[in-house]
Design a protein. Sequence first.
Length: 150
Amino acid sequence: MKGQTSMLAIVIAMILILFIVIFMLTGMFSDDETANMKTQQRDLYANNLLLSLLSTDTSEGTFSDMLKDEYFGGGTAFGEMAPVFIKATLNATGNTDYDWLIEAEPKDFVGVVKQWGNPAVTEKPGYWDARTVVTWGGNQLEVKLYIRTK
């Protein structure tokens, strides 16, 4: 009887040591994985915000149409309505501490780079970005959204 109790105590001690080792190993790897997952989540958030913005219908057409009109035709609807939409979306998702910048840059033709939002977002590393291309008359316009915490 005494031998069985000692053997049971040894088995329980080995199981406890095994659980402690597993706990310590998962703690070592979870920091890197958590940071990587957070980066991926932020990139996905930026991409979804940009695509949502450009495909949103308004009384004057979609935001992508307004962007093309403002870039190529001199309209002002995108510059006036985009900040309102982005602020409402950030508030609705609980991310009220984000600054943003939208940039339109010609991809296959000569033109100027136009920006809307806070240009300080890209001044130092640590921002997230999303990119997509919109076309107009055979010209490709690369639209970028940059986000950073305030």
